[in-house]
Design a protein. Structure first.
Length: 339
């Protein structure tokens, strides 16, 4: 590796984009590859019947001082806002408790905005499903997509996907593959329903008890084209796991039935109904390291599965990854410079 290295990041979720943004201008080139058509990963949006939903992460909380600084910047730029929705605990229509946890934030106008904003600062290649990494004898890596097409060669590669995808791509680097392989992730069926009129529910969101559902939330995404009342429902990990392979139609009806039981209001026909199965929703047992990097291979990995199962964890892991790369580059530079 002579001069400033080039870096490829696989995955334009919040971890990969944070890493890419932090490295911009510090390396010769940093390119983020994303298999989806837009960035965001588990904070992307879902559109159905003219309505829009944030169907993955609903909001985020902040505890780390570094993350507070970042979020303050996002807030000043109008990318996020505090969410002071009324969140309750719900048991068959009975509100048992108000949830007064720490301050929550949501993206404006949708969670995905946080990723879209970071992506503006990155060289992003979408619809690029990286399937093979080939180590070069002279150092660095060549990237190929699922059709075997060559996409480029880079000095350093960072895999910023969910844990199971890291394990697949890192087969030749056991330190990272083994760590990623140990991580289990929950399954989550997400239901998205739009109703013509506002439902008679006084709260904005609820943790649901004794139900196939664990969370229901009035969509925080503004629906400019209609007055519709849009709700996102998340099934519990146990229920989602049990019905992971079920037909979408069956799941849709089950989630809607569970919604009426949990809220105890009269059922009405939705204007639009959709479901999505997050097969790798959140890590159950993150590895407890901010990020992983094997210097001899110039290969690293980051994501919420390293740190903590939330947006804050993903951002901090992405930052840690960028920091390790900079330290590695500086070390290489010192080794090359004459004494
Ligand atoms: C249903 C649900 C609810 C949640 N609720 C909350 C919440 O309320 N608050 C909170 O803070 N967090 C929540 N989370 C967790 C939060 O969304 C994640 O912790 C965070 O978004 C993870 O970011 P990441 O960058 O680590 O991974 P991801 O967002 O998964 O990003 C990985 C990216 O890599 C891409 N990719 C994968 N393989 C390849 C490949 N081979 N080639 C190219 N690209 C690839 C993927 O398409 C994806 O865009 C929730 C998650 C889910 C699913």
């Amino acid at each position: 590796m002579g001069g400033q290295p080039s870096v490829a990041i696989i995955g334009a979720g919040i971890a990969g984009l944070t890493c890419g943004t932090a490295l911009k201008g510090m390396v010769e080139r940093v390119v983020v590859y994303e298999k989806n058509v837009f960035p965001g990963g588990r904070i992307t949006r879902f559109r159905a019947g003219g309505h829009e939903f944030s169907h993955g992460a609903q909001y985020f909380t902040v505890s780390n001082p570094l993350f507070w600084n970042i979020v303050s910047g996002w807030q000043s730029d109008g990318i996020v806002r505090p969410w002071d929705g009324w969140i309750v605990e719900l048991n068959k229509g009975q509100i048992s408790n108000s949830d007064m946890a720490s301050q929550r934030f949501v993206g404006v106008p949708r969670m995905q905005m946080v990723a879209e904003n970071l992506a503006r600062h990155c060289e992003l290649v979408t619809s690029a499903n990286i399937s093979e990494l080939e180590r070069q004898p002279e150092g660095g890596w060549r990237l190929f997509n699922e059709r075997g097409e060559y996409l480029g060669a880079y000095d350093i590669v960072i895999i910023a996907t969910a844990a199971h995808q890291v394990a697949d791509l890192c087969r030749s680097v056991p330190t990272i593959a083994k760590a990623a392989n140990r991580v289990d992730m929950t399954v989550c069926w997400s239901g998205m329903f739009a109703f013509e009129r506002r439902l008679n529910l006084p709260y904005d969101a609820a943790h649901v008890l004794e139900s196939p559902l664990s969370w229901i939330s009035r969509s925080q995404v503004s629906q400019p084209a209609s007055e519709a009342d849009c709700w996102v429902l998340h099934a519990s990990p146990e229920w989602s796991q049990k019905y992971a392979a079920s037909f979408r139609g069956r799941v849709m009806h089950a989630l809607l039935d569970a919604f009426w039981s949990a809220t105890d209001i009269a059922p009405s026909k939705p204007l639009s109904s959709s479901v999505h199965c997050w097969k790798h929703a959140v890590p159950i047992n993150p590895i407890g390291e901010d990020s992983l990097f094997v210097e001899s291979e110039a290969l690293g990995a980051c994501g919420d599965w390293c740190t903590a199962p939330r947006i804050e964890g993903a951002v901090l892991s992405g930052f840690s990854m960028a920091d390790r790369i900079m330290k590695f580059i500086n070390k290489q530079g010192e080794a090359r410079s004459p004494a």
